[in-house]
Design a protein around this ligand. Sequence first.
Ligand SMILES: [Zn+2]
Length: 206
Amino acid sequence: MRRARSHFAGRLEFGNECDFVMHRGRSLDVVVSAEILRARWSRLVEPERYGVASVVAEMIDAFCEPDLALPDVYELLVAAIAAIAAAPKPQALLPRFSLRFLEMLGLAPPLTTCVQCGLALGTGPVWLDAQAGGIVDAACRERWRDLPELEEGDLQNLRALAEPKGGANAAAVQATLRAAAAVEELVAHHLGRRPKAMAALGALGA
Ligand SMILES: [Zn+2]
């Protein structure tokens, strides 16, 4: 394996998209050859980009099974890494990536209805209930819990961010502070913890 590592060292850089030929081993598969399709490393080496790409990689690693092919998630990952490698403010890409990813996993929060009672969310204040996996209205809000409040603008922002590929300029939508925090809470709830790479990103003060 040490020898193989030296063979493939440059090709296995973080963020590179590679085409592998693998030999299926008894316990571990062996890399027979690796060809770089897209090399992103030189642009991801910048601290904030590296931090954001690490969060993306950690989330995909944590939520996905190693041997289960998920083509739409793969496509999302490739698009996210490309966008991060080119972004002046890469952290701004995380809320949309996270919402799209949760959607693909079947974990997306309903954004037009209360997650508890199923009634349509009106224009009044609503609250994020990450434990319930979504947003609750005034009737279902458990007042003794200090749930973060979302305003109408935040809700509209979340809907715009969650638009599928090809949606109206969703990639250009900037998350509001409360919407971004809500997405982080939902990811932490489904993951059972905050992504470790988020701490490193926070330490950059970006
Ligand atoms: Zn309700």
